[in-house]
Design a protein around this ligand. Structure first.
Ligand SMILES: NC(=O)c1ccc[n+]([C@@H]2O[C@H](COP(=O)([O-])OP(=O)(O)OC[C@H]3O[C@@H](n4cnc5c(N)ncnc54)[C@H](OP(=O)(O)O)[C@@H]3O)[C@@H](O)[C@H]2O)c1
Length: 233
């Protein structure tokens, strides 16, 4: 299974402004890049906070016909299911997300699933929890998604979910677009929040490619697995 995190940030390392409104700093090229990553994936996974902050899910509105046709040829739906990740399951059913013409799944704990199993809002409710029921068991997620035929997962943030995924050593690749803006503000989120890593435990990246397109940089990294030997610098 391949797992890819796709994010865009300002030149000062912010993925949203201090109001946490949906990011508008990416160019059309960056949008096309995100669409490509979405359409290459079997499922898309996003944190519930990203929906709460006013984002709709990343429904592909200007589809790349060739990529959609390739999905159909592979026997897939034109757009991948969007999985919302929430421990608590506390998600407002009135959010615009629930009116979007996409397949919706929920990844949560047993407790978080209670409000949703009787409703039709999510096509699937996946429960993969740790032994004490307080968190998601990411190894169990891998097993469950593999059973459903998932081979490629595209993560679209936000920063808290990204922190959980890095902590669980669950990300194989990172696409990071650097956009020509400065947002500032300590309350504005960076790509990865959570409790942070000490320098000796920080995930390490290998730069696979850099593309400059007009004013933006598209960085493609491989995430070194914790079990791998880290080469000396
Ligand atoms: N620039 C970009 O590329 C980009 C991309 C995405 C988002 N954003 C921005 O990022 C901000 C949102 O980021 P965020 O950090 O506030 O929220 P987030 O990461 O999208 O969502 C946080 C929520 O996800 C759930 N979650 C996180 N880790 C989990 C885990 N291990 N297990 C189960 N559930 C987990 C929790 O849901 P519950 O509390 O419901 O349990 C948590 O409250 C928004 O401003 C958005 O616009 C920017």
């Amino acid at each position: 299974m391949k797992t890819t995190l796709v994010l865009a940030m300002t030149a000062d390392g912010k993925i949203a402004d201090v109001t946490k409104s949906p990011p508008t700093f990416g160019s059309d090229r960056d949008y096309a890049h995100m669409v490509e990553q979405i359409l290459l994936a079997d499922v898309v996974l996003v944190g519930s906070g990203t929906l709460l902050d006013g984002n709709e899910s990343s429904e592909v509105r200007e589809p790349d016909r060739a990529l959609i046709q390739a999905r159909i040829d592979r026997g897939q739906t034109p757009q991948p299911p969007q999985i919302i990740c929430s421990r608590s399951g506390k998600i407002d059913p009135q959010l615009p997300f629930f009116s979007q013409p996409i397949e919706r799944w929920l990844l949560t704990t047993k407790k978080g699933s209670l409000d949703w199993i009787e409703r039709a809002s999510f096509g699937r409710v996946l429960v993969c929890e740790t032994a004490d029921g307080s968190d998601i068991d990411w190894q169990a997620v891998k097993v469950k998604l593999a059973e459903l035929g998932v081979e490629n997962i595209c993560f679209l943030g936000g920063s808290e979910l990204a922190a959980s995924l890095f902590a669980a050593d669950f990300i194989d690749e990172l696409w990071l677009t650097i956009c020509p803006f400065i947002y500032g503000g300590s309350a504005a989120p960076s790509p990865v929040s959570g409790v942070g890593f000490t320098s000796d435990l920080a995930p390490r990246l290998r730069l696979l490619s850099v593309d400059r397109v007009e004013q933006e940089l598209f960085l493609h990294y491989q995430v070194e697995k914790k079990s791998e030997d880290i080469p000396p610098t």
